[in-house]
Design a protein around this ligand. Sequence first.
Ligand SMILES: Nc1ncnc2c1ncn2[C@@H]1O[C@H](COP(=O)(O)OP(=O)(O)O)[C@@H](O)[C@H]1O
Ligand SMILES: [Mg+2]
Length: 248
Amino acid sequence: MEKRAWHLRNKWLRHKALEGSNSIRPYLPDTALLTRASLYRFLKKYRSVFVKPVYGKHGKEITKITRTTSGYRMQSGVRDGQVGNRGGVAMELREVVRGRPYLIQQGIELLSIRNRPVDFRALLVKLNRKWWYMGVIGKVAAPKRVVTNLHNGGRAVSLKRALMETKHASNGRYARVDHNMRSISTRVATRFGRKYKRARRIGIDVGLDTDLRYWILEVNTSPGYKLFKRHPNRQLYGKINRYMKRIR
Ligand SMILES: Nc1ncnc2c1ncn2[C@@H]1O[C@H](COP(=O)(O)OP(=O)(O)O)[C@@H](O)[C@H]1O
Ligand SMILES: [Mg+2]
C-alpha cells in the first residue's frame, strides 16, 4: 500500500494553529465554531458570513449568508434563497448541520471577475527541513457559486490575469502582490510547521479583497495541485510533482 503523507482533517485546528502568531493574525478572518450565539454575533457584526463544515473539503456544504434590506440571503451550491430574520437563518442551518461541527467565518468581499469571486492557492512543500514555495495560482468560481473550488466548477486563472481584470490592473501592483503572496505564505507554512512537525505540504487559500488586502481563508494539509497544470510557467506542474513524490 502507498504510504500517505501526514494530513490534518480538522479545519478548526488548522485555523487555530495560526492564531497565536502576531504577524499572521491580521490576515485571519474572524472565525469561530458555529453555535447559535456565534451565528447571531457574526450576523450582527458582518455583512456576510461563511459557514463551513469542520471536516469539509472541495467547497462542499458551504453556505454564504448575506444581510439584505429585507433579511438574509442564503447561498449554497446553486441554491439561493431568502429568509426574514436570524431565527430563520438558524432554522435553515439546523437542516444543513445536523449535529456535525461547523465553523462560521467573517465573509470577505473577494476580488471578482465578471461577477465571479476569485481567490488564490499558494503551494509549499517541506523538504530537508525547509519550506519551498512552489507558486500561486488563481481560481475563479463558476457562475452563481460562492466557492472557487475545482470540484464546484471553479477554473484556474493566473495571478497576473486575475489582477488585470480588476480595477487593480498594473504591472507594478502585480509584482508586489506576487511578492507578498510568497512572503505571507511562507510565514504561514513556517508557523504551521512549527506547530505540526509532521506537515510536509501546505496549500493556502488566500483571498484578496476589493481593497487588495490579504486574507487566509484556509490552510490545507493535503492540497490538490491540478490547478497548477494551467500555470503560465509550464514547467511548474512537473516540478511540483517531483517535490510531492519526494515527501511520500
Ligand atoms: N470567509 C470567506 N469569505 C469569502 N469567501 C470564502 C470564505 N471562506 C471560504 N470562501 C470561499 O469558499 C471556498 C472554499 O472554502 P474553504 O474554506 O477553502 O473550504 P474547502 O476546504 O471546502 O475548500 C474558498 O476557496 C473561497 O472561494
Ligand atoms: Mg479550500
